[in-house]
Design a protein around this ligand. Sequence first.
Ligand SMILES: CC(=O)N[C@H]1[C@@H](OP(=O)(O)OP(=O)(O)OC[C@H]2O[C@@H](n3ccc(=O)[nH]c3=O)[C@H](O)[C@@H]2O)O[C@H](CO)[C@@H](O)[C@@H]1O
Ligand SMILES: C=C(OP(=O)(O)O)C(=O)O
Length: 431
Amino acid sequence: MDRIRIVGGQALNGVIQISGAKNAALPLMIASLLTQETLTLENIPSLADVGMLLRILGHHGVDHSIDGRRLGAAPHASRAIHLTAKTIVDTMAPYELVSKMRASFWVIAPLLARMGEAKVSLPGGCAIGTRPVDLLIMALEKLGASVEIEAGYVHATAPKGLIGAEIHFPKVTVGGTHTALMAASLAKGHTLIVNAAREPEIVDLADCLNKMGARIKGAGQSAIEIEGVGALSGASHSVLPDRIEAGTYAIAVAMASGDVVLEGARADLLQSALDVIEQAGATISVTNEGLRVRRNGAGLSPVDVTTAPFPGFPTDLQAQFMALMTKAKGSSRITETIFENRFMHVQELARLGAHIRLEGDAALVEGVDELQGAPVMATDLRASVSLVIAALAAQGETMVNRVYHLDRGFEHLEDKLGGCGAIIERLSGAG
Ligand SMILES: CC(=O)N[C@H]1[C@@H](OP(=O)(O)OP(=O)(O)OC[C@H]2O[C@@H](n3ccc(=O)[nH]c3=O)[C@H](O)[C@@H]2O)O[C@H](CO)[C@@H](O)[C@@H]1O
Ligand SMILES: C=C(OP(=O)(O)O)C(=O)O
């Protein structure tokens, strides 16, 4: 298992290229199941989750090819993938594949909409909460599917096709909204999604589906209307930049100090996070290339944050921001409202000398003057990178174990931080 070694204390200076968003790339790739023509997706990040999803899609009969890097392209430029689901060879998604990545459950929507049937393993639980799929099933049932859960599999059938309906989500769900969008695109008639997720990745999926011939209006707002069509066609679409990656590096600069341009980052995708990072003491400006983040050596201010669906502060940046607050001059309160168990990083940050107390859904962080390097263990994707951020500002050496979590969602992390002056290296196969 790989480990990452970091020696703290270096400021970050330079340019970091922001990759295509994992959380947009995954549903976009799944949308390829909706058409027998080729869907070309540009700016696909090279990540473990993308590789895993290619395997899952291949199991259903999707052929893919990946463009090589063009001459002169930046070394970390993301790639284009062509996906063709000419024939769906299997509508069953097995436990062995789905249990490794939650988003793979979403294949249920296009398989059901196109083939009238899908049998998909319940997704695995993971370290951040129970993450049920009841609302995704409710959406499919509203569209006329019969759904049964048997032996750990969700079996959905709609032999005569799906029928447009009103889907009212009692709680904002990103996966539920992706599922409803894909299924309703091929349903007969009109669908209204009420209390839809407004995340930029939802808008990206809707934009791509519209290029494929879907008729979706209102993505990015809480009410989305879809007029179903008989078939979708191929299209070409570029994945939007990863707002969570951009926010993560902005927090890293705030923590380590320095001056970094986040090339390709878009402020409109993460304004609420940028606002609190600025309140904490960084200076952020929009440039022609993306975002410039600076902090001199002055102390960090404590800031309270509460996670919320978009446009609120994203839960996927909660752990990283907590790492930053461990060195603030005073105490801050970080409240997690999306996932009930997303504080696994707290005990690992404590190994580095952080003072954090948990109180229900909140973490009370008492800033300390110095963190000390230590061996730590990555527990989930964003928790892992929060340890990297803390390590950048800790005295001495930190060894982050179990970095396969990081590889799910951060493309070339060591190269990107190392290129800006961090002392960071991957130790392959050890530990
Ligand atoms: C691949 C991807 O895009 N993952 C993101 C997606 O996950 P994901 O789509 O799984 O998250 P959801 O938005 O669905 O979850 C939000 C909340 O709704 C609950 N819920 C969800 C579905 C359901 O059927 N029943 C139910 O109760 C969840 O347990 C959670 O408490 O959105 C999350 C919230 O922004 C992000 O942290 C994840 O990074
Ligand atoms: C929780 C995340 O991803 P997933 O939904 O794929 O587990 C994440 O991206 O932070």
